[in-house]
Design a protein around this ligand. Structure first.
Ligand SMILES: Nc1ncnc2c1ncn2[C@@H]1O[C@H](COP(=O)(O)OP(=O)(O)OP(=O)(O)O)[C@@H](O)[C@H]1O
Ligand SMILES: [Mg+2]
Length: 361
């Protein structure tokens, strides 16, 4: 009796053949029901061997390693060894695809945050630099004007002194002093105003044919008068056969003045300056060389920036606004020329300025 029952159950379970189409349909329906729309393949594994299924993209062995396996007919009494294994060949793409918006959104958002951060950092650093430059400039300006103001005040006080007021030579001497200091202040104010007008691009140029040699000679003369107490030696090697260019006399004189002024200012002891000219096929090359303190490469890269001065630990032994070379570069640009610096700390500096014969051509 029991043998018969077992045989019947066995027979009944055996008739429960699996139909591929049916399995596919059932799987599709339940996956759809769970919201999973990616293509799938499945196989039936019996006793550890793949028996039946759809094998379009996946290898038979892949089904043995699938993460999605479930035992079929767990209530069967005899045939308990059937496993349904499912593979989603496009699973990665599907998962990524369904997260695409989220991923790209968060990527974009992170990028925006990073960019904003970088930008704020950039602006903060720039702002800090500008404010440092501004306070440096104000410091320098106060120092620059303090000396002439003090001298003028002292001279005026001395003149009113009863002992001096009747002595004409002394009065002349002190008035000369006042005038000299006054013109010094005037020159400083002019430099600042010039830079301000450069800013608004309204600097006045009067272009004409000018000889660089006469410009250099005039500059050297004025500089020598200004620094008569300092032991300055200026050597001129004006060798350019063709010194005439189309340029602005006043501005080019200021340019040479600024270079000579720097050469003298940044040479401790007795400054030795050499001014040279030569021609190339397009124009004139003017070189101003000194044997002064020189500059590192880092300093060289910044000297043409407005207000830049090499920091010497807040000691104002050498006065200046950091405007001279900025002005020099603006004038060179207006003449379509260029400037190069060669310098070594402790050995000296050399500025080579090329100016074309005629920048209009
Ligand atoms: N010949 C030089 N030798 C060494 N350093 C120099 C020389 N010329 C310029 N420098 C450096 O470049 C900086 C900028 O020069 P720049 O002429 O623009 O300003 P400044 O001389 O300080 O002030 P000013 O506005 O009065 O000319 C100087 O502070 C100095 O550090
Ligand atoms: Mg200068």
């Amino acid at each position: 009796m029991s043998d018969k029952m077992i045989a019947e159950v066995y027979q009944w379970e055996k008739t429960m053949e699996l139909n591929n189409n049916e399995v596919f349909y059932v799987l599709q329906k339940s996956l759809h029901y769970s919201g999973i729309e990616t293509p799938f393949e499945f196989a039936v594994i019996r006793d550890g061997k793949v028996q039946d299924g759809t094998f379009k993209k996946s290898d038979k062995n892949d089904f043995l390693k699938s993460n999605y396996m479930v035992q079929l007919f767990p209530d069967n009494i005899i045939q308990q060894n059937l496993i349904l294994s499912v593979i989603f060949p496009e699973r990665t793409n599907y998962v990524l695809g369904s997260m695409a918006w989220l991923l790209s959104g968060s990527l974009l958002f992170s990028f925006i945050i990073l960019a904003t951060f970088a930008m704020s950092l950039f602006f903060i650093i720039r702002q800090k630099k500008i404010s440092e430059m501004k306070s440096d400039f104000l410091n320098n300006m106060t120092h620059e004007f303090k000396t002439p103001i003090a001298t003028i005040s002292l001279a005026a006080d001395t003149i009113t002194n009863p002992k001096v007021i009747n002595d004409e030579t002394s009065i002349r001497h002190f008035i000369g002093m006042i005038k000299k200091e006054n013109s010094r202040m005037n020159k400083k104010v002019e430099t600042i105003l010039q830079i301000a007008s450069l800013d608004k691009k309204e600097i006045d140029f009067k272009f004409e044919n000018v000889s660089m040699h006469s410009i250099i000679e005039r500059s050297v003369e004025t500089i020598e008068i200004q620094v008569h107490q300092k032991n300055v030696k200026i050597t001129l090697n004006l060798r350019a056969p063709e010194p005439v260019i189309y340029g602005d006399y006043e501005h080019l004189t200021n340019l040479v003045n600024n270079l000579l002024d720097n050469g003298i200012k940044y040479s401790p002891g007795a400054p030795e300056i050499t001014v040279e000219t030569k021609n190339n096929e397009k124009g004139i090359i003017l070189s101003v060389e000194d044997k002064g303190i020189g500059m590192t490469k880092n300093v060289q890269s910044k000297i043409f920036e407005r207000f830049y001065r090499q920091s010497r630990g807040n000691v104002h032994d050498v006065k200046g606004f950091g405007l001279g070379l900025n002005y020099v570069r603006a004038i060179i640009d207006a003449h379509k020329g260029n400037v190069t610096v060669t310098s070594e700390p402790g050995k000296g500096s050399r500025f080579d300025i090329f100016l074309p014969y005629n920048w209009e051509n």
